[in-house]
Design a protein around this ligand. Sequence first.
Ligand code: CA
Length: 229
Amino acid sequence: MKKILVLEDEDNIRSFVVINLRRSGYEPIEAENGNMALERLRVNPDICLALLDVMLPDIDGFEVCRRIRASGSKIGIIMLTAKSQEIDKVTGLMTGADDYITKPFSPAELTARVDALIRRLGVDDQEKASVEVRNGPFVLNTRNRTLEKNGNRLKLTQIEYMLMKLFLENPGKAMSREDILEAVWGADFNGELKTVDVNIRRLRMKIEDDPTEPEFLTTVWGYGYKWGF
Ligand code: CA
């Protein structure tokens, strides 16, 4: 999870930001004054972005921003400014901030700005590799839960997606219908094994060029299915 420093002295605003970051899958690191923020950054060198309030009891947010940049850090910095602080935006960007958000802001605005900056910083690039499972013409994206064949998005049901994930993560491995049923529907599912066959048949119609002669999702006679030959 990506760590985000939240520097804000007002408890209610800080918890509002923290809750919304958590909801969006980030790990917030809290600081209620400037010195604490710098200390948090020192202890957590993997923080990738900082949200800095301007008006603080000790050193102000601009100074924190300036010190972060002076240390050579290239983390993303978003200033949290009050409406009346129009001039702050200019100062903030001059001291090395990447963006600013004017208070009061909505959860949607906050996460949109954070996501956008994270994307711009390219923090996502490393994770992208691990969310994509590639096999032949197929690319399964485990974050978006999508499947592409030759670059074209295929419309899958959640069950079909989970079947694809199971097969692509176990290429060449023969899987019994019992195994498949348990892996996709769960151990508590009391359905029939035929459920597996029905869904495999439907999935084949979407992924195979010729569903009657499957070349990807093949049958292991008397046992189950596997990916490939
Ligand atoms: Ca403040």
